[in-house]
Design a protein around this ligand. Structure first.
Ligand SMILES: [Zn+2]
Length: 221
């Protein structure tokens, strides 16, 4: 079964019956074991579903190893899995990094609902801090493919939300060539200048950048 892309599809009580261990990280980096409800992990993540119910060794041993994942990101995922909340981070760059990492993690582990929530929270944090995400561009471009919605959102924000002050923040090395080209295509391609203010950014329909089935949308809160 495909993982849900809106909160309308809910888990059922028997999904809390069994526990699995997920070992995250690889020494010398921190390694930590997480104990999750098997049915819940499989319900929200296409990747974990395949690992739990597939014919891999993980399905038999009930231990899933994710050596390439970061412990902190997995803690943030677990918090979201059980509370639907993200940590409240008062520092701008740390908030951006955390939410970008969660978007990338959701992509890798096929957790559309987490990806949708994280990109919306990223937009909210851009509107709150109103600082350009120039330090995150490189990692986004290194970890996504050209049709990625996270890439698209960052590029649109950089093209519509930034002014010349962006040139004072950071150096050319922070900008991959593809990112510059994508921003320029938007800047040169528009007939009239489109300028995102904080308010306009806060009102953007984020379903454009969510992963949904055809015709599906999030309910307006
Ligand atoms: Zn949506």
């Amino acid at each position: 079964m495909a993982p849900p892309t809106t909160p309308d599809k809910r888990p059922s009580p028997e999904m809390f019956d069994e526990i699995i261990e997920v070992k995250v990280g690889k020494a010398p980096e921190p390694v930590k074991s997480f104990y999750l409800h098997k049915g819940i992990a499989a319900f929200y993540s296409g990747y974990l579903e395949a690992a739990i119910n597939g014919s891999f060794a993980e399905a038999k041993s009930k231990v899933i190893r994710l050596p390439e994942e970061d412990v902190k990101t997995f803690e943030d995922f677990t918090l979201w899995l059980y509370t639907r909340n993200f940590r409240d981070i008062p520092a701008c760059q740390e908030a951006y990094d955390t939410l970008v990492d969660l978007c990338l993690f959701a992509d890798r582990r096929d957790i559309p609902l987490l990806g949708n929530a994280a990109i919306t929270a990223l937009r909210d944090s851009f509107a709150k801090f109103w600082q350009y995400p120039t330090l995150q561009v490189k990692s986004i471009y290194q970890n996504t493919v050209s049709n990625s919605k996270l890439r698209r959102f960052i590029v649109v924000y950089l093209a519509y939300g930034c002014d010349e002050s962006v040139l004072r923040h950071g150096t050319p090395e922070l900008w991959p060539k593809d990112a510059l080209w994508d921003v320029l295509k938007l800047v040169w391609g528009r007939e009239h200048p489109i300028i995102w203010t904080k308010e306009k950014l806060a009102a953007v329909d984020m379903c454009t950048y969510h992963r949904h089935e055809e015709g599906e949308k999030c309910k307006k809160s």
